[in-house]
Design a protein around this ligand. Structure first.
Ligand code: FAD
Length: 467
């Protein structure tokens, strides 16, 4: 076997790449991790973590506003967005140095620079000191994604931004128009509206959060309305006029309309970072804009693997990490591991939170899959009431034999609770298993047990169903 500089080179240090590099080192390989920007990738620097840090601050602001209901006297309440941004940056910096420490401790060589494939066993890395060629036995591509900017006339105008720029702001604009009512758009709408800013969301589809359970989206619609978020569905943006006031022109039912705000956030999806990295040079097979992989995360080139957002499977940090571990096992020859995308929890950090996993009712109905439903209205949960957030629903979907197929939650801390249901589906548990599992009281997790009891028509905390 030829002598390579490294057994494994990982290109891109997002949640896919940085975990993958550590796992390869744990398998005893000599590993380099090449990153052009910052360790942690989109997730840590421009995605999951900064958005949730800001949302945490906004939630605290909201809670303090209602503190008097618990007898707490507070003076005039205000917020300093620059301070909140500083808090967010502090968390990001701490986590970033944590990753650097972990890579070092595991013996992974971190190389700063932009990597391009030169041939099937060589990566050219352009860094501060010029270009260095490093050779590898296996390369794992983990270059991630960036915000898409569709070709809408005027999109490059003043005060028209994406999630990347929003997350570097130290001052919060006075009002917002958000183009795109997907997960990222709706999390930003929640953030801005909770901090008291007027928000308009323009969505092209008949509803925001396409693919999310219709009952949950309906409840969320009411929550957003209460926060004075103006959601406009079925609207096609035709042009944007940047400026101190941004005007977004759209068509609704054939009529020309417009919405204005101090800032326009374009949130219409993410493009894979696959151009200019030499994929075509060695003929890596693509699937539209994404790198084509098999269930082992292998590309068509024997020495090249790919993971994360560039594979176009499910653009979530935990999926990227899971792929990273599978690719590591296979590329290092440690064990044959396959990706399983059937049980992937999804979380939306609205208030209350939304989380779901497995089969949804809408999909089951659309595909003619026979199912049985158990539901519980979160208004009946004591802990949620104590938390002042007793809004939402828990839904469990089973096969006719009672096997759990899917779960949808909207309630406080839904994002922390969904893992129980992911495990239940993965282990082939039945609704009966969930109903007979004692859930601690008083917790929001009781909504899961209640929905399981409802599945059998035996929920003690729901009114009897009309016959
Ligand atoms: P990335 O995290 O995109 O990392 C890729 C890295 O590769 C980057 O650091 C980049 O600089 C580097 N790179 C690219 N090309 C090269 C090159 N040629 N040479 C060297 N380095 C290169 N997901 C969740 O699961 N939960 C959430 O709550 C969540 N919230 C989000 C909020 C926002 C606003 C956004 C934008 C995304 C969010 N996501 C969330 C999605 C999540 O961030 C991504 O799915 C995840 O980061 C993808 O990981 P990755 O490893 O594939 O790539």
């Amino acid at each position: 076997m030829p002598e390579y500089n490294y057994d494994i080179v990982v290109l891109g240090a997002g949640p896919g790449g940085y975990e993958c590099a550590i796992r390869c080192a744990q398998y005893g390989k000599k590993v380099a991790l090449v990153e052009a920007r910052d360790l942690g990738g989109t997730c840590l620097n421009r995605g999951c973590i900064p958005t949730k840090a800001l949302l945490h601050g906004a939630e605290m602001f909201e809670e303090i506003k209602s503190a008097e209901t618990c007898g707490i006297t507070v003076g005039e309440i205000g917020f300093d967005f620059a301070k909140l941004a500083e808090y967010k940056d502090g968390i990001v910096t701490k986590l970033r140095s944590g990753i650097a420490g972990l890579e070092k401790a595991h013996g992974v060589k971190v190389i700063k620079g932009f990597g391009r494939i030169a041939d099937a066993h060589t990566l050219s890395v352009e860094g501060e000191n010029g270009v260095e060629d490093i050779s590898f036995d296996k390369l794992i591509l983990a270059t991630g994604s960036a915000p898409a900017r569709p070709p809408i006339p005027g999109i490059d105008g003043k005060n028209i931004v994406t999630s990347d720029e929003i997350l570097t702001m130290n001052e919060l604009p006075e009002s917002f128009v958000i183009i795109g009512g997907g997960v990222i758009g709706i999390e930003f709408a929640t953030l801005f509206a909770t901090l008291g800013r007027p928000v308009t969301v323009i969505e092209m589809m008949p509803s925001i959060l396409p693919g999310v359970d219709a009952d949950i989206v309906r409840v969320l619609g009411r929550v957003l309305k209460k926060k004075k978020v103006n959601v406009i569905n079925n609207a096609k943006v035709v042009s944007i006029e940047g400026g101190d006031t941004v005007k977004v022109n759209y068509e609704l039912n054939g009529e020309a309309k417009s919405a204005e705000g101090a800032c326009c956030v374009v949130s219409v999806g993410r493009r894979a970072m696959t151009s200019g990295i030499g994929l075509d040079r060695i003929g890596v097979e693509m699937n539209r804009a994404f790198v084509n992989i098999d269930e082992y995360c292998r590309t068509n080139i024997e020495s090249i693997y790919a993971i994360g957002d560039i594979t176009g499977k499910i653009q979530l940090a935990h999926v990227a990490s899971a792929q990273g571990l599978v690719a590591a096992a296979n590329a290092c020859g440690a064990k044959d591991e396959k990706m399983d995308y059937s049980v992937v929890p999804s979380c939306i950090y609205t208030s209350p939170e939304i989380a779901f996993v497995g089969l949804g009712e809408d999909k089951a109905a659309a595909q003619g899959i026979e199912y049985k439903l158990g539901t519980f209205n979160v208004a009946g949960n004591g802990r949620a009431m104590i938390m002042g957030d007793a809004i939402g629903v828990a839904k469990l979907i089973s096969a006719p034999d009672g096997k759990l197929l899917g779960a949808q939650l909207m309630c406080p801390r839904a994002t922390d609770m969904i893992a129980e249901l992911a495990l239940a589906i993965k282990m082939g548990a039945s609704i009966e298993d969930i109903a007979s599992t004692i859930h601690p009281h008083p917790t929001v997790s009781e909504v899961v047990a209640e929905a399981a009891h409802d599945h059998e028509g035996l929920c003690c905390h729901s009114l009897p169903k009309k016959k």
